[in-house]
Design a binder for this molecule. Structure first.
Ligand SMILES: [Zn+2]
Length: 391
């Protein structure tokens, strides 16, 4: 990999300007050295918020950009140079890096971050919190775990839903607005070019042989997403932000969003919590079902990335898992946003190549275990699932 060349001074990224106006941040930067090909200079790094963020200082506004180039600089042994940076963020960068080092022992993480002025923000934090919200089981579990805090729900366009996916964004944002209304929370929408200003395909190809994981899933999406909230954190003096875990402590899976990385993101006086890591997906669905029974609040999960009509398709891997998790808790999937599904079609799709992989096998095992604990919840049409031997 590129980091076998050890002349760090040959690779540098300089943040030339952080432009903040109205609801937008644009970062201008220049790159020296042989790693220029990683950057897609045709696409500006911009972020747009659903509220005015113009009073954000530059040392805070630059954090989202930094969090999307830091890991690139580390694997290319490059220097990042920035004029001003939040002291608290800077102080914890080494811990974030340590998380990556431990996760990927076969990759050398070099490079450095040079900040001209470190700015301390010694304000009193408010009681306000925020949680990233995509609408799936993980983010719903985090919402109900902290529902009494009425966290601001933050939904980001440009991550799983691509910037140009207008239809996808329509349904994601409608679902988010619907949820904040039902749960008495505020919401923040953010749109960002953070997946487009770099050459993701090239990065993916570089890290895959050593990490056995891709750029987005294994390196970018944790701090790359979390950092987008920086202006809002500063302006509302948030004390905590939550990002829902996708995986659980029990399984050893590499993932850019991991407590060893996310929990070290400090923005001003605000800390980040990688939330729900102690729970499996089945545990989370159980907690969601309990919450619904206890409060009577309607919960519509949105787990599907395949459907374009606004509903869960009820016939893809993610939909099938959610449906079976809910059945295993003795509830009706139709009450959670899965109106029509066929267990016979699931049985057929289950046999197809590609349906099972190393990530989802644990989820299906958990479903099977839960049905074993509560056999009365097992529908006749799913009896075959209990004969599957996962190994
Ligand atoms: Zn689906």
């Amino acid at each position: 990999m590129a980091n076998t060349v050890d002349n760090i001074t040959s690779r540098r990224l300089t943040v030339d300007a952080v432009k903040i106006f109205g609801r937008q941040i644009i970062c201008k930067y220049s790159v020296q050295g042989d790693w220029q090909k990683i950057f897609n200079f045709g696409v500006e790094f911009f972020i747009e918020y659903s509220e005015n963020i113009s009073r954000t200082p530059k040392d805070i506004a630059v954090i989202p950009f930094l969090c999307n180039v830091l890991s690139i600089a580390w694997i290319f042994d490059a220097e990042i140079v920035v004029d001003e940076l939040d002291y608290d963020f800077y102080k914890h960068v080494a811990e974030i890096k340590e998380g990556y080092i431990k996760m990927y022992p076969r990759i050398k993480f070099g490079g450095k971050l040079t900040a001209g002025v470190l700015v301390r923000h010694d304000y009193e934090v408010s009681d306000n919190t925020a949680a990233f919200f995509s609408g799936g089981a993980d983010s719903f579990d985090t919402l109900i775990a902290h529902v009494e805090e009425h966290p601001t729900l933050v939904t980001l366009l440009g991550s799983d839903v691509r910037l140009n996916d207008r239809k996808g964004w329509e349904r994601v944002s409608r679902h988010a607005l619907d949820t904040v209304q039902k749960f008495g929370c505020k919401n923040l929408f953010i749109a960002s070019s953070f997946r487009l200003f770099i050459n993701e395909g090239l990065l993916h190809g570089l890290v895959m042989p050593l990490a056995n994981d891709g750029w987005w899933s294994g390196f970018q999406h944790g701090i790359g997403i979390i950092s987008h909230i920086a202006p809002y954190v500063y302006l509302h003096k948030l004390k905590r932000i939550y990002i829902a875990s996708s995986y659980t402590a029990k399984y050893n899976v590499t993932c850019a969003s991991d407590p060893t990385i996310d929990n070290h993101v400090h923005i001003g006086k605000c800390v980040t919590i990688h939330d729900g890591y102690e729970f499996s997906r089945q545990d989370k669905i159980r907690r969601i079902c309990d919450f619904k029974r206890r409060t009577g609040l309607p919960i519509q999960l949105r787990v599907c990335w395949k459907s374009s009509g606004g509903e869960n398709c009820c016939a893809c891997g993610k939909c099938y898992q959610a449906i079976c998790h809910i059945l295993a808790e003795g509830e009706n999937p139709a009450d959670f946003g899965f109106p029509s599904y066929s267990l016979e079609k699931l049985r057929q799709d289950f046999q197809k190549p590609g349906f099972m992989n190393r990530i989802v096998i644990n989820l299906w095992q958990n479903i099977q275990d839960r049905f074993r604990e509560h056999p009365k919840n097992l529908p006749d049409g799913l009896a075959w699932l209990m004969d599957i031997k996962f190994s």
